[in-house]
Design a protein around this ligand. Structure first.
Ligand SMILES: Nc1ncnc2c1ncn2[C@@H]1O[C@H](COP(=O)(O)OP(=O)(O)OP(=O)(O)O)[C@@H](O)[C@H]1O
Ligand SMILES: [Mg+2]
Length: 210
């Protein structure tokens, strides 16, 4: 069983969207996936209530309950994806500590980029492999992505090569209790998620070998 945590102190950058999208992608790839909502806003738990499909399994956990819930999942889940709350929290460190891989979503805006070093420090403190993922990039502004990459590289951080652009399908999917690839496989949004999952899966294999 491997564990991915999605963390970023800045709110609204796409943590929950990334967690749901990767969890569904992994499920569709045949993995048994447990999606753990550690945010008391419970966005993912509410999404699961709107959802008809019963996979991935979605549960809520506090940091105190996390070790027990992970121990229960051991042997049945192949992959656990943990969504964490924004702001300084006790949940994010608890999740990062037990993770094989951490993904830090950021929009190409100055505010989340200014917050990123804090989340990077948290991951480095626990010695966890960590990658930034650019989300909500302007589909018609490639210069923005190039600039964002430069800023992230200057922090000495590694980045996922796949960028998620701002696509209406993510909001529509969330409202319907699904993810973009479940709305349609034939959209750019779905392609981006599929490619990000493919890349993420390779990183997980590398973690296993390490
Ligand atoms: N690539 C995208 N394109 C368009 N909308 C997006 C994209 N990613 C996320 N969103 C939308 O942006 C909003 C915020 O996303 P999300 O809830 O995933 O962020 P978050 O980081 O989990 O927020 P919080 O910090 O409050 O938990 C949601 O309405 C979501 O549907
Ligand atoms: Mg969230």
């Amino acid at each position: 069983m491997q564990i991915i945590t999605i963390a970023m102190q800045k709110g609204g950058v796409g943590k929950s969207t990334l967690a749901k999208s990767l969890a569904v992608a992994a499920t569709r790839d045949g993995l048994s996936v447990l999606l753990i909502d550690m945010d008391t806003q419970q966005s993912i738990s509410q999404w699961a209530e709107r959802r008809e499909a019963d996979m991935p399994v979605v549960i809520f956990s506090t940091e105190n309950e996390l070790p027990k819930k992970l121990a229960q999942a051991e042997g049945t889940a192949d992959l656990v994806i943990i969504d964490t709350p924004p702001a300084r929290s006790t949940e994010a460190p608890a999740a990062v500590e037990v993770s094989d891989l951490v993904l830090i979503p950021t929009t190409p805006d100055v505010e989340p980029l200014e917050q990123m070093p804090r989340t990077l420090r948290l991951c480095r403190g626990f010695g966890r492999p960590v990658f930034a993922v650019i989300n909500m990039a302007n589909p018609t502004g490639p210069a923005e992505v190039a600039q964002t990459r430069e800023v992230i590289e200057a922090m000495g951080a590694q980045m996922a090569p796949i960028v998620l652009h701002r696509r209406k399908a993510h909001r529509a999917a969330s409202a319907a209790g699904v993810t973009v690839q479940e709305l349609s496989n034939e959209t750019k949004a779905a392609d981006e998620v599929a490619n990000l999952w493919k890349w993420t899966y390779t990183q997980l294999q590398n973690c296993k070998g390490a």
